[in-house]
Every structure is written in C-alpha cells, then in structure tokens.
Design a protein around this ligand. Structure first.
Ligand code: SF4
Ligand code: SF4
Length: 245
C-alpha cells in the first residue's frame, strides 16, 4: 500500500472511531464494566476487553494505533499541542492506575460471587451508549479527561500517562514476547539507514526510532505499531514483519 495512503486511512479510522464514541463508549468504559461486574453481569465491555487482550497476543498495541477512539481524539489534539512527550517516569503512572482499576474490577467480580449473566448491551439502548438519561455526563467526563492529558502532556499524552487499556495490551505483548509465537512486529535494516531522523520526528509516541534502528531494538513498550516510521523512512529501512521470537 502507498505509504501516505496507509496513514490517511489510519487517521481517518481513528477519528471515525472517536466520532462513534457516543455509540461505543459503554464498551470501553472501565467504570461501567466494573459496575456491571459488581452485579454479577459480564457486560459487552468486558467481552471487548477480553477480545483486545487476546488481540494483543498477536498484534501488540495495534488497537491504539488504528482503532482506539481516545487515540482519534488525541490525533485531533496533536494539531493543537503536537509537542513530543518526554514522559520519562510519567510513563509509569499508568501502571498503578491499571492496578487500581482492574483490582476494583476483580473485587467487584469477587463480591458478586462471580459473573453469571452475559448482557452485551449493558447500560445501552439497543446497543447505543448514550441512549439513557445521564449517559452524556459520563461520556463528556471521559472526553474531558483525555483532553486534559492530551493538551497538557503533548502528543498521545493520555496513552503515555493514564490509559489502563494500554497496560492490558502491554501485558499481552510481554506474555507473547516471553513465549515467542509469531506476531506482528517492526523490523529494520540498519545498514540502509542514512540517519535523517524522519522516523523519530513522525512517531506519534515520541519514540527515538532512529536510535531503535541503530541499536537493533525495534520492540518498545510504548510502540503502537502505527507504521508512521515505516511510511516516513525514505530508504525503506523500517517495515512490518510477521514472525516468531
Ligand atoms: S515506533 Fe513506529 S510504529 Fe511504533 S509508535 Fe513510533 S512511529 Fe508508530
Ligand atoms: S527515517 Fe529511515 S533513514 Fe531516516 S533515520 Fe529513520 S530509519 Fe534511518
């Protein structure tokens, strides 16, 4: 696929996913999933989380790069604050947040005595998330939250510092890497690199892609496999690959 076209399609998918958020947010909302679990209900959101985790065993954080609605909103805000994020220790903040959110979910399941009902449309009207009173409040609260992180921290600030789904996908990737079955990767041919730095400039996760190429370490926790570096490199140094360990 032509490189510019792939990135246009990717950004369009992300922004469309954000536009669909009034329909879909119940399926990615941690508070709603936990609320359902506290009543013994396996919600549609819990099912989506399980799918995302299984997907991460083969595709890492591809969801973040191509389909996440919060990613779509952050792509829009990158036009306002496109500063690269030097997150450093702030990258670690999402781990205790993940433990808090997923710990509450596990506790909710435990206190309900398990999950005995599957309700794919929990807290939606015919599958549409805002089709009930008060739902807009929850939606706008989530949007406001993502906005603050994206505008204050810079490019994909919410992904770096807060997102618990990112941590879930990172865990899936770590499990895959430990075992080594075939999965989607970035691969590089460092001998062709002319050190122009375009890959690092375009990386939405502010990674030092040029350094990764030089050191032959293309596997990075914060990489969302978006392919911006693949498509920006004038020498075709970086590419996607499907392989084992
Ligand atoms: S390293 Fe490449 S694929 Fe990974 S996030 Fe950066 S630009 Fe995207
Ligand atoms: S864009 Fe390609 S040639 Fe330029 S630094 Fe990155 S890998 Fe090397």
């Amino acid at each position: 696929m032509q490189s510019a076209l792939r990135q246009k399609i990717r950004i369009a998918l992300l922004i469309f996913s954000f536009v669909l958020m009034p329909v879909t947010f119940a399926y990615i909302s941690c508070p709603l999933i936990t609320e359902g679990a506290s009543q013994g209900i396996a919600t549609g959101g819990l099912f989506v989380f399980a799918l995302l985790f299984v997907g991460s065993l083969f595709f890492g954080r591809l969801w973040c790069g191509y389909l996440c609605p919060a990613g779509g909103l952050q792509e829009i805000y990158a036009r306002v604050n496109g500063r690269p994020v030097k997150a450093g220790w702030l990258n670690l903040l999402k781990y205790p947040i993940f433990l808090g959110i997923f710990g509450s979910l596990a506790l909710a399941v435990y206190s309900a005595g398990g999950l005995w009902v599957f309700d794919p449309f929990y807290q939606t009207g015919n599958g549409i998330s805002v089709d009930r009173s008060g739902a807009y409040t929850l939606l706008y609260a989530q949007i406001a939250f993502i906005t603050v992180f994206a505008l204050l921290a810079g490019r994909r600030g919410f992904c770096h510092t807060f997102c618990p789904i990112a941590v879930m996908l990172i865990l899936g990737r770590k499990i895959r890497n430990a075992v080594g079955w075939p999965a989607l990767h970035l691969a590089a041919a460092p001998e062709r690199c002319v050190d122009c730095g375009r890959c690092s400039e375009t990386c939405p996760m502010s990674l030092d892609v040029r350094g990764m190429v030089r050191e032959g370490r293309m596997e990075q926790t914060e990489c969302i496999l978006c392919g911006e570096c693949v498509d920006a490199c004038p020498e075709g140094v970086v590419g996607y690959a499907w392989r084992g360990k």
